[in-house]
Design a protein. Sequence first.
Length: 93
Amino acid sequence: MAGSPAQAANLVNGEKLFNANCAACHMGGNNVILANKTLKKEALEKYEMASLDAIKHQVAKGKNAMPAFGGRLSAEQIEDVATYVLEQSQQGW
């Protein structure tokens, strides 16, 4: 089995949140602003972003051109979207 129902629900919600909030700049794990700083596994590892905590921090606080979503998304929503991003990076987008 691919995971628990709770985990699956989080990934489904994470995908919806990603599509609504992140896909404009990060469609398919890419980055339209800084082309080398993608959400793909190799880039996440290179820039020390390949952990759930690092991704959650980036989503909540933002950095450089990326806005902070901490005021727009709940902690649970940030967890869901970060889990989705990490899962997708490990699967090759």
